[in-house]
Each structure stands twice: as C-alpha cells, then as structure tokens.
Design a protein around this ligand. Structure first.
Ligand SMILES: Cc1cc2nc3c(=O)[nH]c(=O)nc-3n(C[C@H](O)[C@H](O)[C@H](O)COP(=O)(O)O)c2cc1C
Length: 450
C-alpha cells in the first residue's frame, strides 16, 4: 500500500499543526467562503445533506504547505521537483483499491450524491476544482493533467479544454475520427501527484512515473470499472466516462480562475460519466481557488524555468514564480553570470509556456526581497539595452489584455512578452556596486551599549 497518499498528507499537515477541523454542520455553498478564512488547511467533518462525506480544502494554499508536501525548505521546492523528476518510478497495477469500495454505474450515476461546492459568486455552477485527469492515445500513450469540471446534470460535467494541452490534443485526435475520448478523473490525490499532472511534460513523458518519482514510490494503479484505463488506487473518488465528440460547443464557466479573476463563459466539450467509485468514508477535495492552483503552478513554472536555463547553459542560483502573477505569468531568477548570459537567461525564461514577464539578476540579489529587486532594476538596467520584447508568443485566454473574445470558437490567443536583464552590464566594474557597510559593524555590538 502506498504511504504517500492523500490521507498521509492530511496526517503530515496535522503533525505540522497545519490542519483545522470544523465539526459544525456546513452547507456546500458555505465551504469555499469558510475555507478561505482559515489560515490552516481545513477539513469539514459534517456536511449538511451528505452524511458520510467530509470535505478537505486549502491543503497547499501556501508555499509552506507545499514545502511540507515536498519534504524540503520553502525555497528549494522547485529544485527538489527538478531533481526528483529526473528519477521517475513507473506505476504498478493492483487488483483492488480503496477508491472502488463504493461503485455507482449506469442509471445509478448521480453527481448530486457528492457534496459539490458552489465556490464563487458568478460561477456557472458547482465545480470539482482539483482533479487528476487520465486519458490515453493509441500513439502517445497515457496522459495526466489537472482539469476542472463544472456540474451540468447528474451524469455530465463541463470541462475546460480551451488552452493547448496534451489532453486537448488527444481529444482533437479522437474528435477528428468522430469518436469520444475515454477519460478517468481521480479526486483526492497527494499534492505531488497534482504537481506531476500539472507539469507541462513533453507529450511522451509518463506523468504517472513522474508522480512516482516525486513520491519516491510507485503509484499503485487499479483498472477502472467501465474503461480500459487505470487510476490511482488510493484516491478518494473516481469519475469514469468520456468526452463527447461535440467539439467546443457547450457553455462552461464562469469560474473563479487561477488568474484571481472571475472568468468568462467559455465554449468547451462535455464529459459524460458512466461510473462513479469512491471510498466508503470519502473525503471530497475542494481545491481552493486561486491560491492552491497558484501555489501548485509556481514550482511547475519554476522547474520549467530551471530546465530552460540549463539548456541555455546558464547556471541558476534561485528562481521564483511569484504568486501575485499566479505562479504562471512571471519568473524571477538569479544566476551565476558569465558575459552575455543575462540575455541568454532572459530569452530562455521567456520561452517557458505562458511566462510573460522575466527578471534576471546576479547571484548577489535576494530575489525574494522586493527592495533588492527594485535596487537591481534601478542601477543595473538600461532600458534600451536590457529590455527584450518578444511579440506574437503563446498566451492564455483568461488574460484580459490578450482580447481572446475577438477569436472564434476554439481559437488560441497570442501575447507580447517582456524580459529585463538586471545583471551588472558587461563593461561596468563590479566595484561600482560595492554596498554601504557601517564603520566597525562587525566589532560594535548593540547589546554592549544597552
Ligand atoms: C488545480 C489545477 C487546475 C487546472 N485546471 C485546468 C483546466 O481546467 N484546463 C486546462 O487547460 N488546464 C488546467 N490546468 C493546467 C493543466 O493541468 C496543465 O497545463 C497540464 O500540464 C495539462 O496536462 P496535459 O498537457 O498533460 O494534458 C490546471 C492546473 C492546476 C494545478
């Protein structure tokens, strides 16, 4: 049995004093608001009208809790992610699983038996916000991603497939043949599994093996009841079904997006569910938006940035995807610079997926300190030499500034990107950046004068 599952992580949070239990009865419409007010992760023990269910939320809505999941200091999460991702461990198959203790099939499939939360003002319906979605393609093999689901009917949800992704690509290939795409959705898996799923791995990389690498233990997988797909045995709940071959034709949203903006209605496919399985004493995972999504995004973006820097032969010292830009849109890195590498680093980081703003500094700058960053930008940057603008690059729909409403159904937006090389310019002597030091600072101690 896996020792790094969802429930083990809840125990880890408990041990770290980071899990609050709310025992009073709570309505599904209250969960998100209440979870947002608690400093710790939260488990709601008593859900009105859903006896037997509990709801967990805000598990990784801080870097501190993400670091607990990864088992490392807060500023090493990306480096840990990067190094563990080079040691994938293939999943193994098991015959029976906790996630299949209860089975609802055919006409018994009923999403209204699950405490789906109404999360934000303006949402198009209750949402399942934290999923581990598994699909397969005859040529490219198995794929995992995180995709949100919006309640439509007792056996149907919407799914957000507007952005480029492997599952969107698999769906398009099935659609071209006029066929549905079978998918299985696990809810309630370890945050490391979510990190592996949301990592923009090249299409032929096995994200299940990546999740095994992060856990340091093979994921145990069990065959679905109604599909030829395998799912994590220790998940809380599984939805088995297919994406209907209708293309991007159904309303999905609005939803409180990871961009920290209340999103718009999108045109998307529909997921029809054939079978629901769950544990006998299930915990529904309500991934709290936007913070959990953004903190899960940050190390993924940071690790992609590290990889881009290394491919560009630049040595990174530190890297940060600020949560203010939702863990996706900005990267700040410090490097051990050789001549010209400030620019190479900027170019490399701008190539990372949706990253739209980049700052690169020398290693003497603490990139977690905004004052230090301001100082580096003030004194190491000449705008006409150190700012790089890249036009027509890939963008995300939910960035209002890319005006995606002007595109047709299924259209993909583009954006301009800005990078700033805030390293000491070539030809400027380092001595000119000697920082102020008080006379006798090492010898004169305040305590001797108090
Ligand atoms: C919590 C969470 C929710 C996400 N929801 C979506 C979503 O609804 N649609 C989407 O396109 N990407 C979403 N993403 C990003 C994708 O999971 C990510 O791009 C991933 O690499 C896609 O996997 P794939 O390309 O292997 O299919 C989400 C990420 C996280 C962390």
């Amino acid at each position: 049995m896996n020792e790094n599952g969802f429930r083990d992580f809840l125990n880890d949070l408990e041990d770290a004093g980071q899990l609050k239990h709310i025992k009073k009865p709570v309505d599904c419409r209250q969960l998100s608001s209440l979870g947002d007010q608690v400093n710790e992760a939260t488990i709601f023990e008593n859900i009105i009208d859903y006896p037997g269910w509990r709801v967990a939320t805000a598990l990784v809505s801080t870097r501190k809790r993400l670091a607990i999941a990864m088992g490392c200091p807060e500023n090493r999460v990306a480096f840990e992610f990067e190094s563990k991702s080079t040691r994938p461990i293939k999943p193994i198959s098991v015959k029976s699983a906790p996630c299949q203790e209860i089975v609802m099939e055919g006409d018994n499939v009923d999403l209204t038996t699950i405490p789906l939360p109404m999360m934000h003002l303006f949402d198009g319906g209750p949402y399942i916000s934290g999923t581990f979605a598994i699909s397969n393609d005859p040529e490219h093999g198995s794929n995992v991603g995180c995709y949100r689901l919006m309640y439509r009917t007792p056996n149907e949800t919407g799914i957000d497939l507007v952005s480029p992704s492997d599952m969107r690509f698999y769906y398009q290939r099935a659609l071209d043949k006029g066929e549905p795409l079978p998918i299985a959705i696990a809810v309630g898996v370890h945050p490391l599994d979510m990190l592996a799923a949301s990592y923009k791995a090249p299409i032929d990389i096995d994200e299940l093996a990546l999740a095994g690498g992060l856990r340091g233990q093979a994921l145990e997988m069990v065959k679905c009841k109604s599909l030829d797909l395998e799912v994590p045995a220790d998940a809380e709940m599984i939805l088995e079904g297919e994406l209907l071959p209708i293309g991007w034709t159904a309303d999905e949203g609005p939803f409180g997006e990871f961009s920290q903006i209340s999103g718009d209605v999108k045109w998307n496919p529909v997921f029809r569910i054939k079978c629901i399985t769950h544990r006998r004493d299930p915990i529904f995972y309500m991934l709290q938006m936007p913070w959990e999504n953004d903190w899960l995004a940050a190390p993924v973006t940071e690790a992609a940035g590290l990889q881009a820097l290394r491919i560009a032969s630049v040595q990174p010292v530190d890297i940060r995807a600020p949560v203010g830009s939702c863990g996706y849109w900005s990267l700040i890195a410090s490097i051990k610079k050789r001549p010209g590498e400030g620019k190479n680093a900027v170019a490399a980081l701008l190539s990372v997926a949706e990253v739209k703003f980049v700052i690169v500094t020398d290693e003497d700058i603490d990139i977690y300190d905004p004052d230090e960053l301001d100082w580096a930008i003030a004194f190491r940057v000449q705008a006409n030499q150190d700012a790089i603008i890249l036009e027509g690059a890939r963008a995300k729909h939910i960035d209002p500034s890319v005006k995606s409403w002007l595109l047709g159904k299924g259209g993909l937006p583009t954006t301009a990107k800005l990078g700033i090389d805030a390293t000491i310019p070539e030809g400027v002597p380092k001595i000119l950046y000697r920082r102020i030091k008080n006379y006798g600072r090492d010898r004169f101690k305040l305590e001797d004068f108090e």
